[in-house]
Write a new protein. Structure first.
Length: 140
């Protein structure tokens, strides 16, 4: 929660005052990081997000570094409270094992939600870095 609030504050400050540095250049992704798997979630479907999270936690169990990026309707699916899919347990396991979840700030803003549990709010610069630096990228 604290990390999300700090990220939101930094993002808002840069967007409001950083005329030379546009929001699209703002990035929280560690450019020295080279994830084994980058997972991009765009589906609003809880079952699809559940399967993406299952893959992410399994890959971590195999020793892979995994990063998730939530884009567009993927934010809706990630926040699903469908009782058939226990997303909260998978999210907790993923983050506690060192996984990073990044959400598109523009997509969150369009949905009127600046707080997405367990996520760092970021920009397209982060998605670019994830795609560019990951050994493999999977989209759900």
């Amino acid at each position: 929660m604290k990390k999300v609030l700090i990220s939101l504050f930094l993002f808002a400050s840069i967007c409001a005052f950083g005329q030379q540095l546009g929001c699209e250049q703002y990035s929280v992704f560690d450019k020295k990081s080279s994830p084994d798997i980058g997972i991009v979630i765009t589906s609003p479907d809880a079952e699809t997000v559940w399967n993406a999270m299952r893959l992410a936690t399994y890959a971590q169990g195999q020793g892979d570094q995994v990063v998730l990026f939530l884009l567009a309707k993927g934010l809706d699916g990630f926040q699903s409270k469908d009782p058939a899919y226990d997303l909260e347990t998978l999210k907790d396991a993923f983050v506690s094992n060192g996984g990073q979840i990044i959400a598109c700030a523009t997509c969150a803003q369009q949905r009127g939600t600046e707080e997405i549990g367990m996520c760092t709010i970021a920009s397209m610069a982060d998605l670019y870095q994830i795609i560019n630096r990951s050994k493999k990228v999977v989209s759900f």
